[in-house]
Design a protein. Structure first.
Length: 149
């Protein structure tokens, strides 16, 4: 069977920043033929609930910055992503939560240091690793739209 890595909130795990989920039954119905492997780097690293973060474009790259403390939260997310894919080789499909700073595939918001929105087509830190490994990667809503055509 094929394997899909999917944002855990989409399968009903209460791991969003506010300890809720984004359960999507329609999406899960489209994945009946897959072994589902959930992930949530933010919950793993920081727990739920947790302060929000934004992706900020800096001279040394795009970083996940805490909206509460201003700390760079990128390193534990990036380590989680590398370890996740190393632990789960052979993933055929990756589906991330739209607009998430970790899981957004092509919809993450990118800001500058003054919190001015630069673009809404950024790649989250976990998704960046899936793309680096050449895994077919989709935002959940985009995947659903594609599969409904």
């Amino acid at each position: 069977m094929k394997k899909v890595a999917i944002s855990a909130c989409l399968i009903g795990q209460k791991c969003r920043y506010d300890a809720t989920d984004n359960y999507d039954v329609k999406l899960l119905e489209k994945l009946n033929d897959y072994i589902v492997i959930p992930f949530c780097p933010e919950d793993f690293a920081f727990g739920s609930p947790r302060p929000t973060m934004d992706l900020i474009e800096r001279i040394n790259g795009i970083k996940a910055i805490s909206n509460l403390t201003g700390d760079d939260l990128s390193p534990p997310i990036e380590r989680y992503a590398e370890r996740f894919f190393d632990k789960h080789p052979g993933i055929d499909l990756y589906i991330g939560k739209d607009r998430s700073p970790s899981c957004g595939v092509c919809s993450a918001k990118i800001y500058n240091n003054e919190k001015k929105l630069l673009r809404t087509s950024g790649v989250g830190l976990m998704s960046k690793e899936s793309k680096r490994r050449d895994i077919e990667s989709w935002d959940a809503q985009e995947y659903l739209a594609k599969k409904s055509e």
